[in-house]
Design a protein around this ligand. Structure first.
Ligand code: GLP
Length: 264
């Protein structure tokens, strides 16, 4: 697992945006095949998306040959609701870049048959060629997408029930009212994320410190679903100084030393 530690969220977000753009550009140089990108929501990726938008506007990268799949969506929330992940993605990314509308995939949380919707999503990912890179965030309890603690590390796209903790944390997006937060979501599974050739996770701020400690130093366990990244050959967590605050000093020094050595 690679751990990239930047001074703050702004610097970490720039690192991630430039890394993703480099990967899209590198594939475009050698192949006509689309770049298949997994995307996330939450407050964490907003600055990364802002930098990607700037790069598209300045001609440094293009999403014309990118196919994206978002990780998750609430069940039962109208797509037009400002806090649906559909609305979020259009507001913070899709309305400002050149990705063709037909290349954008987001789970339909209002599907008449949610189980069929989830299977069709897995099938569409395979038909697109599988993920080149999956960008994710992490919940305070270490969940990736909406794979709450004790979700199987072998899980695939499915309907899940959100924990009380997650609904309380996400109440900030629903006028602070816990009861307005949907109780269920559709989410890609841990194994769906890990099927990507590469996984990049963003984690900024001290509220993510416990999740990172569990994911990086703890055992690979369904208790912290981000820890599944330990079994991936190309997993990177982009953090800031605050989010690594609970790592052992020696772990912190190790990751800093690896990065310094790679720059030489
Ligand atoms: C939700 C999303 C996750 C996201 C997490 C953290 O639970 N389903 O994909 O990583 O929130 O959100 P934030 O970035 O706002 O801390």
């Amino acid at each position: 697992m690679n751990i990239i530690i930047r001074n703050n969220a702004a610097e970490g977000s720039l690192w991630a945006a430039h890394y993703i753009a480099e990967k899209i550009n590198a594939k475009a140089k050698v192949s006509d095949k689309p770049f298949v990108l997994g995307l996330c929501t939450g407050s964490t990726p907003i600055q990364t998306y802002a930098e990607l938008i700037r790069m598209v506007k300045d001609g440094e990268v293009s999403f014309k040959n990118v196919i994206s799949f978002n990780m998750d969506e609430y069940v039962g929330l109208p797509e037009s609701h400002p806090e649906s992940y559909h609305s979020f993605m259009h507001r913070y990314l899709f309305d400002h870049i050149d990705e063709p509308a037909q290349n954008i995939h987001i789970l339909n949380g209002n599907a008449a048959d949610p189980v069929a919707e989830c299977q069709a999503y897995e099938d569409a990912i395979v038909a697109a060629g599988g993920f080149d890179l999956f960008l994710g965030g992490v919940g305070e309890d270490g969940h990736i997408a909406f794979n709450e603690p004790f979700s199987s590390l072998a899980s695939r796209t499915r309907v899940v029930t959100l924990t009380q903790d997650t609904r309380e944390v996400n109440a900030r997006f629903f006028d602070g009212d816990f009861n307005k937060v949907p109780r269920q979501a559709l989410t890609v599974g841990v194994a769906t994320v890990l099927s990507s050739k590469e996984v990049v996770i963003l984690a900024f701020g001290s509220k993510k410190a416990r999740a990172l400690k569990d994911a990086i130093e703890g055992p690979m366990s369904h208790y912290c679903t981000l820890s599944g990244l330990q079994g991936h050959p190309a997993g990177t967590i982009v953090c800031d100084e605050n989010s690594v605050g609970e790592l052992k000093v020696n772990s912190y020094r190790y990751f800093k030393a690896v990065e310094a050595a790679e720059k030489q």
